[in-house]
Design a protein around this ligand. Structure first.
Ligand SMILES: Cn1c(O)c(C(=O)NCC(=O)O)c(=O)c2ccccc21
Ligand SMILES: [Mn+2]
Length: 239
């Protein structure tokens, strides 16, 4: 089924150059609504709900800090990885094609970053039991990830009632950015220490799809460090 393209390629180019690049360089994050449009957004939501219903989402991580016995038994976010070419994930595949186009249009203008590869899509569901995600940095130690891209899928979301706000604490700034996980909203932000963030407790089912774009050089460096470290640890065990 040929998808009608909500945002034509020239729209995407305008969006990338005139809005996304300036915002990322100036503030470090950017979000826009109506990214795929109602029809395709609903197709993506339908496929995510089917993934959730099919039970393949991981058992949510145990909420709260601590480990062993003192850990609480509230199950938090549940996730599944999708390349977008699986049967039943075609609309997710289309979303990734659109975000790939967007990022490649930005590439070369994002300072030193040359972005050529990305992770698979992480489909995430917060069950609405009050679990959230503690404040963290996606990429604190140069693992290669440079841009976090999150597509939200929640219709009629009311943060006052449902919580689930993403709060970004931009490094060195006196303000925080509160972003509601609204249907068909796309959010991009630097994955490194510039953007610590948290997902506040969610009291309704909260769906999102995240994909991380890699800076090629940083990724290659990280892979090399990993190879060296495993090689040295192997040599130390054998010696
Ligand atoms: C489920 N989930 C996450 O929701 C976020 C995250 O920062 N989400 C922000 C958001 O959904 O607005 C994560 O960064 C994350 C990292 C590893 C595994 C699971 C993860
Ligand atoms: Mn995160």
């Amino acid at each position: 089924m040929p998808f009608l393209q909500h945002l034509t390629d020239s729209h995407l180019e305008q969006l990338a150059l005139e809005r996304i690049v300036p915002a990322l360089l100036e503030r470090g994050y950017f979000y826009l609504d109506h990214f795929l449009g109602e029809a395709i957004g609903r197709l993506v939501l339908g496929q995510v709900k089917q993934i959730h219903r099919s039970g393949v989402l991981s058992d949510g991580q145990l909420a709260g800090r601590g480990s062993g016995v003192c850990r609480s038994h509230i199950r938090g976010d549940k996730i599944a990885w999708r390349s977008g070419s699986e049967r039943g994930s075609e609309a997710i595949g289309f979303l990734l094609k659109q975000t790939d186009k967007l990022i490649s249009l930005c590439a070369g203008r994002l300072g030193k970053n040359t972005v050529r590869e990305r992770s698979k899509a992480m489909v995430a569901c917060y069950p609405g039991n009050g679990a959230g995600y503690v404040k963290h940095v996606d990429n604190p130690n140069a693992d290669g990830r440079c841009v976090t891209c999150i597509y939200y899928l929640n219709k009629n979301w009311n943060a006052k009632e449902h919580g689930g706000v993403l709060r970004i604490f931009p490094e060195g700034k006196s303000y925080v950015a509160d972003i509601e996980p609204l249907f068909d909203r796309l959010l991009l932000f630097w994955s490194d220490r510039r953007n610590p963030h948290e997902v506040q407790p969610s009291f309704a089912t909260r769906y999102a799809i995240t994909v991380w774009y890699f800076d090629s050089e940083e990724r290659a460096e990280a892979k090399k460090r990993f190879r060296d470290s495993t090689a040295s640890s192997e040599s130390s065990t054998t010696s």
